[in-house]
Design a protein around this ligand. Structure first.
Ligand code: NAP
Ligand code: MG
Length: 517
């Protein structure tokens, strides 16, 4: 079968009435299935536990999306065993057959696209377009990594020597722990798991606790797509309870993590300590937080800059690692930009994201709501509140108004710490050079944008702005698999660049055989 070149999925247009109607029908179908109980998947067995994770709709916390079993140490052991039992067979499955499993899963996601969108609206609090972008990205990862593995499954070209045959090929590592975040509940989890699996590894997946039901949809789809028992094991559980145990397990060969800086650093530290009977140095792939900046200079197209800032800052309530949390604006246009941002914030409708006219939905949990409100309280004392600043009572839903602070001091708490919510700090810079220096004054280095018409400044930013993903005259979110390999510098992680030709190498090792004749 000829393999067509990879092409990113196109988003669905929820501005059209026909799509809105289809989406509402999908939502009704999904609502009829709310409250299901999902087990752990250990090898071929779905296992229930007395303890349960309860998944709630953050826009309507009384609505329970579903329950999953909750793994303890003993179940983690069984999952690791099952994964090793499956590894021997799976690594021998030819790369094109492993890739075909990913493509079948992609086909299933396309068929179930609106239902998957609906699960995200209900479990993660995403708007329909945000939910659909996440599902589309999951499909992209499956299509893209399948093709990459076919390339990497071929022998590596070497320099021939006389009198011997030299071969090099990529082989998998073994059993890995995959620990994704909740904020791209399908795409990131799909990318992390499918990359490890298509490379021939087997996986123990611990989903993020706020979004285990979407994770369970992925597991079901992969099994139906032909991924054999034991290749993908599913152990929902509290990160603070079983996270350390899973990461420290002597039979875990690698850890693929995406989440916050603190958890990533902890994992890196735990993984570095060899345990009794451990035979390898664990490989850690860790993608972490950001404090992403958008710079606006006096030559910028302000209308476009302001729109880019608003979309980057408040899309999915600012809960993206790529979200703009700092707008750094030069003096000459500062008041103008602040005024426009404040006006636009007033126009954003907040409410349950199943409603198509809503721009701002809830934040993910009550705990997140309180954490973000503490930053807002700090901001009210130390900066100028331009818009928003209030929360809605949590029993109604975990809502926080899109909040903008002006006159945020460089180096201050608001300007340095990742807030991960709908809070934008606007920082005044004397001129372009100062703006660039403020942007780089962070331990993070994930995304950044520059709005300017000056070629010399754009070129300077290309060179000097220390981020893994730099955008010029466009928003800082919405990386496309294959087109925008994604991953950050410094405390933003190991720069593993998802959706790139290099990514699968993180799940492989090269074996070389030289045979003398
Ligand atoms: P998080 O709190 O760090 O959690 C991430 C995952 O780690 C979850 O599955 C969590 O499980 C688990 N975990 C927690 N403690 C653990 C431990 N001690 N050992 C092992 N695993 C543990 O992050 P989050 O709140 O889910 O996601 C938001 C963060 O992710 C932000 O910082 C954001 O910037 C970052 N992010 C980065 C990227 C990127 O590409 N760089 C992409 C998306 C998100 P529980 O849910 O059970 O606690
Ligand atoms: Mg968390």
């Amino acid at each position: 079968m000829a393999i067509l070149p990879y092409r990113p999925e196109m988003p669905l247009d929820f501005g059209q009435l026909a799509w809105q109607r289809a989406a509402e029908e999908a939502l009704q179908r999904v609502r009829r299935r709310l409250g299901d109980r999902v087990g752990l998947l250990l090898g071929d067995h779905w296992v229930q536990t007395a303890d349960q994770i309860v998944s709630r709709n953050p826009a309507r916390p009384a609505e329970i999306v579903g329950y999953t079993a909750k793994a303890g140490g003993e179940q983690v052991d069984r999952a690791v065993e099952a994964a090793w039992a499956a590894f021997d067979g799976w690594q021998r499955v030819p790369a094109p057959s492993r890739a075909a499993c990913l493509w079948k899963a992609a086909a299933m996601m396309r068929r179930e696209r609106l239902e998957l969108d609906a699960w995200e609206v209900l479990e993660a609090g995403k708007s329909w377009p945000e939910a659909d972008a996440d599902v589309a990205e999951a499909i992209d990862f499956l299509e893209y990594y399948g093709r990459q593995m076919i390339r990497l499954g071929r022998p590596v070209a070497l320099t021939p020597l006389a009198g011997e045959q030299d071969d090099a090929f990529y082989i998998p590592l073994g059993v890995g722990a995959v620990v994704p975040p909740w904020n791209f509940p399908l795409a990131i989890l799909t990318g992390m798991c499918s990359a490890a699996i298509v490379a021939g590894n087997t996986v123990v997946l611990k989903p993020a606790s706020p979004t285990p039901i979407i994770a369970a949809q992925f597991v079901r789809i992969m099994r139906e797509a032909g991924v054999p028992a034991g290749v993908l094991n599913f152990v929902p559980g509290d990160g603070s309870e079983i996270g350390d145990y899973l990461v420290s397990h002597p039979r875990i060969r690698f850890i693929s993590f995406t989440g916050s800086r603190d958890v990533g650093l902890r994992i890196n530290q735990l993984a570095a300590q060899p345990r009794p009977e451990q035979r390898w140095i664990k490989r850690v792939i860790a993608e972490m937080g950001g404090k992403d900046a958008i710079i606006v200079d006096e030559t910028a197209d302000l209308a476009s800059a302001v729109q880019g800032i608003m979309r980057s800052a408040f899309g999915f309530q600012g809960q993206k690692c790529s979200a703009c949390s700092r707008a750094i604006v030069v003096e000459a246009v500062y008041e103008d930009v602040i005024g426009r941002l404040g006006e636009m914030a007033k126009g954003l409708r907040m409410g349950p994201p199943e409603d198509f006219s809503v721009a701002v939905g809830p934040v993910i949990t009550e705990a997140a709501q309180h954490r973000i409100m503490q930053y807002i309280a700090w901001g009210k004392r130390h900066a100028r509140l331009v818009a928003g600043g209030r929360m809605i009572d949590h029993e109604t839903g975990y809502f926080i108004e899109p909040t903008i602070f002006g006159e945020v001091a460089p180096g201050s708490k608001l300007e340095q710490e990742e807030i991960f919510g709908p809070v934008l700090s606007v920082i005044r810079a004397g001129d372009w050079d100062e703006a660039l220096a403020i942007a780089n004054d962070t331990e993070y280095g994930l995304t950044g944008s520059v709005y300017s018409q000056r070629r010399d400044r754009i070129d300077a930013a290309r060179e000097v702005f220390q981020v893994g993903n730099l955008y010029i005259n466009r928003k800082s979110t919405g990386a496309v698999v294959g087109a925008h390999p994604f991953g950050g510098f410094n405390m933003s992680g190991t720069d593993s660049k998802t959706g790139s030709p290099d990514y699968l190498l993180l799940f492989l090792q090269m074996k070389v055989v030289a045979e003398a004749f």
